[in-house]
Structures are given as C-alpha cells and as structure tokens.
Design a binder for this molecule. Structure first.
Ligand SMILES: Nc1ncnc2c1ncn2[C@@H]1O[C@H](COP(=O)(O)OP(=O)(O)OP(=O)(O)O)[C@@H](O)[C@H]1O
Length: 275
C-alpha cells in the first residue's frame, strides 16, 4: 500500500471543481429529521449540515440513532418527517439526480457472498456506470491492497478483509459524499490507521464531504471537524472535538461521551465525577 502516491487518476471532484452553485449549498443539509418505528422514536428532530471537504461525525451509544440517520440519507429508510437535501437536492424527490455522487460503507450491508471480490466490484462499478471498470478495480486493488484476495469469494474473507472490500466498493465512483458507518470496525490497529490516512488523503485531494458514524473516539477526534453527540435519537451537543473536550472539562472525547451517556455532566459544564 503506497501512502504517498495520489489516490486514483480519475476525474477529480475537488471542491475547486464544483460549480459555484454546488459550492453554495452544503453537501448535506438535514432539517428536523424524525424517524419512528412504531412507538420507538429512533431519530428525533435532528438538524445538521456537512460542508464540502469536511468530515462530521455522529457519536452516540448503541441505539442512539446513528445508523437510522445514515439509512435515511441513503434513501434506504423513509423519514417520518423532516427533510434531507444533498448537494441542494431534496432526496425525497431528486434522489436519482445525486445517487451517483454518493457512496457508503456499512457493516450491516453484506456484499453478495458467493461472488468473488472482483465480481462484486465489477457489478457495483457497472451499477455506477463506470467506463473503465477493470482499470478502476485495478487501481483500488492497489490502493487498498486487495490483490491477494480479488479472486476469492467474499464469504471466504476475514471480517477485516471484508471491511477493506466494502471500502473499495464505496470508492468506486469517486464519491463527493461518503457515508461511513463504522468504517474501521474489525480492522487491526495498523490497518485501521492506514484506512484513516487513506480517507484523509482522499478528502484532501477530492474535496469530498464525509459523514461518519463511529464508536472509535480517537478516530473521531482525528478525522472530524464537528461532532454530533447523539442520545436517544436526539443531538444533545455539537462542536469541534477539541471544543467539546474543553467545554466538558475532560481530557478526551471518550470522557465527554461517558459524561453524556451517563448524564454525569455538572450544571456549570464541568464533569461532576472528576476522577
Ligand atoms: N427496523 C427497525 N425497527 C424497529 N426499531 C428499530 C429499527 N431499526 C432501528 N430501530 C431502533 O431505533 C433505535 C436507533 O437504532 P440505530 O440502529 O439507528 O442506533 P445506532 O446509534 O446506530 O446504534 P449502534 O451503535 O448500536 O449501531 C434503536 O432503539 C433501535 O432498536
């Protein structure tokens, strides 16, 4: 894996290449988004924006509503109420106009298990209408070090290998918006660090926006410009990682997370149980 070579030779979609109209709109604008499953309110009146070239992280405990939020952005779930605009388009009406500019990773969406990695990537590359399918797959195989298992069926891969193939799938169309649900789950620390560097470089070169859901606090501290702290479907606090850490009087984001999850934050902003 060459960490210095430019990522791909493809059409660049850098912020500088986007038209003035596109730049005027945030990549993502979510307004008063709510999703109910029966009497469970999984996402509760959530609003936020993600700008081109920025990473925003959704942080929250199990069941906080992160995956449901990402699923609505992908159009896999319909909101109960609220709106989602991507590149200025309302996805309720204009999803077809923007879907080719987005991609995602999710540990909950399996690739077809019997197909080889190469076959999987070929199917998705065709769905995205790529012209040079073989060339793009070869490029990603090199970038993400997939060469050893390109010919293997997905069902015979380890969890970490599947995660890398999922990331390759997500990069096929040089997305301008990446929705990443736990992108480094199941990766060993070295590979996880490598993937974070890859994402940073891709963003720097392309100007892509990234919305990231993660339980990895160090990852969020490193990648995110802003953090949306979620609890029981609501955004309970937001800000740059360093600002939140200072505001809570804590040493790192993990301690802020625990304050919010356990409700141990004091009235004056400092933490009550400062141990
Ligand atoms: N299809 C569904 N039907 C009913 N309830 C659901 C469904 N999907 C999610 N929920 C509920 O919605 C809430 C939010 O779930 P969600 O998966 O969005 O949380 P999350 O923040 O991604 O959690 P985790 O960190 O565990 O992945 C939970 O209470 C969950 O049980």
């Amino acid at each position: 894996m060459d960490q210095t070579a430019p990522i791909g030779t493809a059409p660049k979609v850098g912020a500088g290449d986007l038209g003035a109209t596109a730049q005027a709109n945030p990549a993502v604008a979510v307004s008063h988004l709510t999703k109910q499953f029966g009497n469970v309110t999984a996402v509760d009146d959530v609003s936020f924006t993600v700008r081109h070239g920025e990473t925003v992280a959704l942080l929250g405990g199990n069941g906080a509503g992160k995956t449901t939020t990402l699923s609505m952005l992908l159009g896999l779930l319909l909101p109960t109420s609220g709106t989602i605009h991507v590149f200025g388009h309302d996805i309720a009406t204009d999803r077809r106009d923007i879907v080719h500019r987005i991609n995602f990773t999710s540990p909950y969406v399996d690739l077809p298990m019997r197909l080889t990695v190469q076959e999987n990537l070929t199917v998705y590359a065709r769905l995205y209408g790529l012209r040079d399918v073989k060339g793009r797959i070869a490029e990603l195989a090199e970038d993400l070090d997939l060469g050893d298992f390109l010919k293997r069926p997905v069902k015979k891969l380890s969890a970490g290998q599947k995660t890398r193939v999922g990331l390759a799938k997500a990069m096929l169309n040089w997305p301008e918006l990446l929705l990443l649900d736990e992108p480094t789950a199941s990766l060993d620390p070295d590979t996880g660090d490598w993937v974070r560097t890859y994402l940073e470089r891709y963003q720097a070169e392309s100007g892509a926006a990234i919305l990231l859901a993660s339980h990895n606090m160090a990852e969020v501290e490193r990648l995110a410009k802003d953090v949306l702290m979620m609890k029981a479907g609501r955004i309970v606090d937001t800000g740059p990682p360093r600002a939140l850490i200072d505001q809570y009087g804590r040493k790192n984001l993990e301690e802020v997370f625990l304050d919010i999850a356990r409700g141990t934050r004091s009235e004056n902003g400092g933490a009550r149980n400062d141990d």
